[in-house]
Design a protein around this ligand. Structure first.
Ligand code: SF4
Length: 409
C-alpha cells in the first residue's frame, strides 16, 4: 500500500436487530405466521355502499320501494353524510324508517374519540356490528384533510413492531364499513368537530389506507370502496389521486392493482432494503422478497405513470443505519429515476415495547443520504402521537382496559 492509497475503515454492518427480547411468531411448520384468509364470522349487514348502482335499484325493488329512491338515498348519504331518516324529509314519511333501515343500516358505533390539543387531529375508535374494533384518524393539514382508514379488523401480517399485527386478523371489513369511516369523518367536519373550516363544503380530500389491516389482503372490498370514493354520480366523488393504497408487499395484488385503471397513489411499506432484516420485520417478506416487491412497485409506475411512495418507519437501531439508506437509494436508482418518492416516518412507539423511533440526528442523516443520491425524500410527521396515533394502539389500550375491568379483583 502506498501513502496515497485510501485507508478503508470497515465498520461492521449490523444486519439483524441488535435489541434482544423479541422473536417472530411462527406457525406449526416453523414458517413466519401469516394469516391471509379472514376467519368466518357473521357478515355485516348489506349497505347501499356495498352495492353497485344497478344492485341498489334491485334491492329497493326487492324491499318494495321504487328504484328512483336510490338517487335520493345516495344524495343523503354521500353528499349530506346522513343516515338519519328524520332528516330525509323529501322521502314519504310512511315507510321511511324501513327504507333507511334496509338500505343504510348502522355499521359503526363510536366507542371513543380522542382529539389533540390543537384540535387538528381526531382519532375514532369504532365498534362493528359483531363487536370487532377498528380505528380511523382524521388530520387537518393546510389545504387538505386526510383520513387514515382501516380495511380489516386486526391484521394477519404479524409485523412485530405493530400493535395491530400482534392481535392477528379478526375479519375483513366490508366496502361499506370502509366508506362509512369517510362519511362519519365528513359529518364531523361539517359539524365543526375538526376546528374552524377553511371554507364551506370542507370534507375529507385525501384517504390513506394505513389504519388497521393490510388493504391488499382484502382486495375486492377495498377496490369496491375505492370505486365508491371516486364515483362522481353514485358515490363520494373524490379524486383518485388523493387516495393512497398501501401494502407491505403482496406482489400479485400489486400487479392486479396496476391494471385497475384507477389512478390511486400506490405506497409500498418497505421498512428495510435488505431481505435479512425485512424477513424479520415484515414476515410477508418470506413470500415476496424486497427485489420482487420493488419490481412490482416499478411496474405500477410504468403502467399508471403515477409516482410510487416508499414508506419507511424509522425504528431505533433496527433499520435506521446510514448504510441502509444508501442501499435503499441504490436499489431504487437501479430501477430508474423519477419514479419514486421515499417517506421515512419515525415509528410511533407501542407503549411498553422495545420498538421506538430513531434519534432525530439519525432520521436527518437517513433523509440526507437518500436526497443526496437523487431520491426525493420527505420526513413525515407522526401526527397523533399524544393520542395513541399508531395503528392499533387505541384498540389495544381499550381492550386492555376492558380486560382489566372484566378481571375480578
Ligand atoms: S404494519 Fe400494517 S401490515 Fe404489518 S401488521 Fe401492522 S397493520 Fe398489518
Amino acid at each position: 500500500m502506498t501513502d496515497s492509497t485510501p485507508v478503508r475503515t470497515t465498520t461492521p454492518r449490523q444486519v439483524r436487530p441488535a435489541t434482544e427480547g423479541w422473536s417472530q411468531q411462527k406457525d406449526a411448520t416453523g414458517r413466519p405466521l401469516l394469516q391471509f384468509a379472514s376467519p368466518k364470522r357473521g357478515k355485516p349487514p348489506v349497505h347501499l355502499a356495498d352495492l353497485t348502482a344497478e344492485q341498489r335499484a334491485e334491492k329497493l325493488f326487492e324491499l318494495g320501494f321504487p328504484k328512483f329512491r336510490a338517487a335520493q338515498l345516495e344524495k343523503h348519504y354521500f353528499t349530506h353524510y346522513t343516515s338519519d331518516p328524520e332528516l330525509m324529509t323529501d322521502l314519504p314519511a310512511a315507510g321511511r324508517e324501513e327504507l333507511v333501515a334496509g338500505m343504510l343500516p348502522t355499521l359503526l358505533t363510536e366507542v371513543r374519540r380522542l382529539q389533540t390539543d390543537r384540535g387538528d387531529t381526531v382519532k375514532f375508535l369504532w365498534k362493528l356490528h359483531d363487536g370487532a374494533l377498528v380505528e380511523s384518524v382524521l388530520m387537518r393539514y393546510p389545504g387538505r384533510i386526510t383520513l387514515c382508514v382501516s380495511s380489516q379488523a386486526g391484521c394477519g401480517m404479524n409485523c412485530p413492531f405493530c400493535a395491530t399485527g400482534q392481535a392477528g386478523l379478526t375479519r375483513n371489513m366490508s366496502a361499506a364499513e370502509i366508506i362509512e369511516q369517510v362519511v362519519r369523518a365528513n359529518r364531523l367536519i361539517r359539524e365543526g368537530g375538526l376546528g374552524p373550516a377553511e371554507h364551506a363544503d370542507e370534507r375529507v380530500t385525501n384517504i390513506v389506507f394505513m389504519g388497521m389491516g393490510e388493504p391488499l389482503a382484502n382486495y375486492a372490498r377495498v377496490m369496491h370502496a375505492v370505486r365508491v370514493m371516486v364515483d362522481k354520480k353514485h358515490g363520494l366523488g373524490m379524486s383518485a389521486r388523493g387516495i393512497t393504497v398501501s401494502t407491505v408487499g403482496l406482489v400479485p395484488a400489486i400487479r392486479k392493482l396496476s391494471n385497475e385503471e384507477i389512478p390511486v397513489t400506490f405506497a409500498l411499506s418497505l421498512h428495510a432494503p435488505d431481505d435479512l432484516l425485512r424477513d424479520e420485520l415484515i414476515p410477508v417478506n418470506s413470500k415476496w422478497k424486497v427485489d420482487e416487491a420493488l419490481d412490482a412497485a416499478r411496474e405500477y409506475f410504468e403502467k399508471t405513470g403515477r409516482r410510487v411512495s416508499i414508506e419507511y418507519a424509522l425504528i431505533k437501531d433496527m433499520n435506521d443505519h446510514a448504510w441502509r439508506a444508501d442501499l435503499l437509494a441504490e436499489k431504487l436508482n437501479s430501477r430508474g429515476r423519477g419514479w419514486v418518492h421515499v417517506n421515512p416516518i419515525p415509528l410511533n412507539p407501542t407503549p411498553g415495547s422495545i420498538w421506538t423511533s430513531s434519534e432525530k440526528s439519525v432520521q436527518n442523516e437517513f433523509v440526507r443520504r437518500l436526497n443526496d443520491a437523487g431520491i426525493p425524500t420527505t420526513l413525515r410527521d407522526t401526527r397523533g402521537k399524544e393520542i395513541d396515533g399508531a395503528c392499533g394502539q387505541l384498540v389495544a389500550s381499550t381492550e386492555d382496559e376492558a380486560a382489566a375491568a372484566a378481571t375480578p379483583v
